[in-house]
Design a protein around this ligand. Sequence first.
Ligand code: COA
Length: 244
Amino acid sequence: MLELILPAAVACAESFADVSESTLLPEELEALGGARHEGRRREFTTVRHCARRALAEIGVPPVAVLPGERGAPVWPRGVVGSMTHSAGYRAAAVARSTDVRAVGIDAEPHEPLPPRVRGAVTLPEERERLADLGAGCPQVHWDRLLFCAKEAVYKAWFPMTGRRLGFADASVAFDPAAGTFRAEIAERAGTAPAGERTGSGEPPAPLLYEGRWAATPGLLLAAVVVPPGPAVRNRPDRAIRPPS
Ligand SMILES: CC(C)(COP(=O)(O)OP(=O)(O)OC[C@H]1O[C@@H](n2cnc3c(N)ncnc32)[C@H](O)[C@@H]1OP(=O)(O)O)[C@@H](O)C(=O)NCCC(=O)NCCS
């Protein structure tokens, strides 16, 4: 399902059933440590199994995928990627950094967001758009899909910037017919020029993200892929207002 919303340069693997903890590499087992929650142990294990399957597709031999800064996965040099887990679903997506600058994926159960969460993760302009989407296509829980899209954006954003991103710092708009979305990040989010952070001379992270989404009766998926090359910084005519 995930491959339908990713370009060919991104390899992915997904799983609807968990694998044995014996598939973890020793460093991963150590990173998992004494995590007591059985669900956490299972998702951690299976998503790494997916990651190794996806890495194999781009020719990378089995390697431990450890949690790094603020939980972001640490990929082998020259590789970018993202992982997600939701009830009964785990997935990983990876690409060569020469083909793709960043990727973010997220999966969510296809259920409405609790009203308080909805208020906390949406901007007024997004709530207006959600009302229109709901009227035109009521079978999709657009509020949960919007949350899913924002999480996918964050997973692409964070490895490039090392900065947190508030839910009010991104404005997401869907194209229901095309199965796409666009996320605009507010200037105030303050994208540190990535090169400053990494010393790599990379340009600043983009402020515009293009994504794709998919929905089944039980699952929502969103994926964002940032192409290599100069970033689209912003639309000068546009300022995202914070929630009042
Ligand atoms: C980090 C976060 C995005 C994870 O999303 P989630 O829906 O809770 O969980 P998922 O199962 O989909 O994804 C978990 C995986 O995300 C990855 N991840 C965690 N932190 C990450 C980070 N800072 N950057 C990139 N990827 C990260 C990890 O691979 C993790 O799996 P692992 O712990 O087994 O390694 C979420 O917990 C979070 O902090 N959200 C707040 C920030 C945000 O989304 N802002 C939106 C701004 S528009």
